[in-house]
Design a protein around this ligand. Sequence first.
Ligand code: ADE
Length: 263
Amino acid sequence: PHRHRSAGRAARPVRIDIVTLFPGMLEAPLGESIVGRGRARGVVYFLVHDLRAHAAGRHRVTDEPPFGGGGGMILKPEPLAAAVEALKPEGADARVILLGPAGRRFSQDVAGELARRPHLILLCGRYEGVDERVSGTVAHEELSIGDYVLTGGEPAALVVTDAVTRLLAGVLGDGEAPARDSFARGLLEHPQYTRPEVFRGVSVPAVLRSGDHARIARWRQLMSLWRTWERRPDLLETADLTPEEQKWTDGFRQGRTPADFLD
Ligand code: ADE
């Protein structure tokens, strides 16, 4: 019988290499939870590499002060280039990404893009910066996970690895389908509740306990839109809305609330 490629498990695992001066910052987190499950199921294969192993000379220098003066240390280009050379088998289709605060903004769309690649090489920046020549020669692009400065690219590499891994077929359980995520449609997810039915005086909305699946689906759709309207109205500018959702949004703009649209 034919196995569809998206069935995943039959396909070759996606490979993610991470190059860092601090391998210990990555190894333990990558063995845990859902990301570890993807690894255990052979859907994804991670390798963490010590940048220092690729630095030349007896002292294995990876960083030096900037030309032009100023404080701090800058990662040298050659060790990063040597690490990538060592990882990228000739002609292999690896996407090389430098993590840094000046990069293109990482998002769910970018995660989806990267999840279609067979091989990613993530380079973690450190110190006050990375020699400019790494972008464009060694790395195909630079990615930032947000507008704040980390001490290094390691947490960013974990964020990218996590977001990409959970999109790969065979990583999530059936109930966790990425198609239902926040952002899959450009909207925030509806609120979720579990037991107990009353917590600190706050009840679970009755509709969710009604057993009426059509009403529940409509409530969730409306609340997803309401939550987006309240918390992230910027997302509504690009979200892809159904005619009914458009009508609800127009209502919110005129001061209506979800209660006005529920029977
Ligand atoms: N390194 C330091 N800050 C970063 C950020 N915001 N995103 C990615 N890498 C980083």
